[in-house]
Design a protein around this ligand. Structure first.
Ligand code: FAD
Length: 296
């Protein structure tokens, strides 16, 4: 460990109110850094890239736990929900299959047992695998501080590379995902070097509802690793909403996708590769979402 353990301090609040008070007080000097599963933080500490010395462990706070579907069909999950819990939950698999699919390919079993959805979102990596899924599902993020609670639309949460629209004294408490429209196929694909323990080169979550009208009435295409923050492909979505499913509509969406995303070159991949993979994923999603996209 590059950070000497003797320099680090750790608080272990047992209630959300106590945690929020500790956090607010710490903002006057060195802000306490929250630890959920620690799977990102321990890596940063070990690498010496984290300069923080004061931490507080969220794992003993019951108000941050819990995974349930409300009578109105909304999925409510506490920030400490692990990917193991998400991947194994029958109601998540039935109602939000792309979330269950993402949970099952985040790290391997050891990581899934500790890694939390709140930590994945707050770590704010553009390659975080749950982020496009929450974006495609129009999630709401509930955050709290000593000043009270508020909700943030997931689409407004990430304001820049590893930047969040959270105040320093705020914690993520939970997420809410509305029910997906009945009959809207959900799709998740992560492309990395290998199936497990791999950071995504491109990650995609799609939702499309053909409805009774000739053109789809809902299309959400959400991407990770193709911009500094998770993004929706607005031009491709508009192209699909404009006409009935056909090969021409799919071609228009693929052309628009190139203008929607701006992948970067980095050590894992170059821009051209990421763009080609993104196009292939969209084409695959459309073929599975509606047979019309394969017809001339
Ligand atoms: C071997 C390995 C494989 C991995 N594979 C993947 C993968 O396939 N896909 C993927 O997306 N990620 C992967 N990760 C990254 C990591 O496991 C995930 O990002 C995980 O979800 C982080 O959750 P955590 O609870 O461990 O977060 P922590 O490490 O505890 O925290 C991460 C960040 O979030 C902040 N934070 C945590 N909880 C809150 C909260 N409630 N409110 C505000 N801030 C909070 C912390 O202060 C910290 O800045 C991998 C990591 C490792 C080590």
């Amino acid at each position: 460990m590059k950070a000497a353990l003797s320099r680090l301090s750790l608080e272990r609040p047992a209630t959300l109110a106590h945690a929020l008070r500790l956090l607010a007080d710490s903002c006057r000097s060195e802000r306490l850094t929250p630890i959920a599963g620690g799977t990102d933080l321990y890596v940063y500490l070990n690498a010496g890239s984290l300069t923080a010395t004061r931490f507080f462990d969220l794992s003993g706070i019951p108000a941050l736990r819990g995974l349930r579907v409300t009578p109105g069909g909304v999925l409510r999950m506490g920030a400490l929900t692990t990917f193991r819990e998400l991947g194994a939950h029958a109601k998540v698999a039935a109602g939000w299959p792309s979330l269950a699919a993402a949970a099952r390919v985040i790290g391997a079993a050891q990581i899934q047992n500790r890694a939390t959805v709140g930590g994945n979102v707050a770590n704010a990596s553009p390659a975080g695998d749950s982020l496009p899924v929450l974006l495609a599902h129009d999630a709401l993020v509930r955050v709290a501080s000593v000043r009270g609670e508020r909700e943030i639309a997931f689409a407004s949460l990430h304001t820049g590379y590893r930047r969040l629209a959270l105040e320093p004294d705020e914690l993520i408490v939970s997420f809410e995902l509305p029910p997906a429209p009945r009959g809207a196929p959900a799709f998740f694909r992560k492309v990395g070097t290998r199936a497990a323990q791999s950071i995504s080169k491109v990650v995609f979550a799609g939702l499309l509802h053909a409805g009774r009208a000739s053109a789809p009435d809902l299309v959400r295409l959400a991407w990770g690793s193709v911009a500094p923050v998770p993004v929706r492909a607005a031009g491709a979505e508009a192209a699909l909403l404009a006409s009935p499913p056909s090969r021409a509509a799919a071609a228009a969406a693929l052309a628009a996708l190139d203008r929607d995303i701006a992948p970067i070159d980095d050590i894992r991949s170059d821009r051209e590769y990421r763009s080609a993979v993104a196009r292939n994923l969209l084409a695959q999603f459309l073929r599975t979402a509606h047979p019309g996209y394969s017809r001339g």
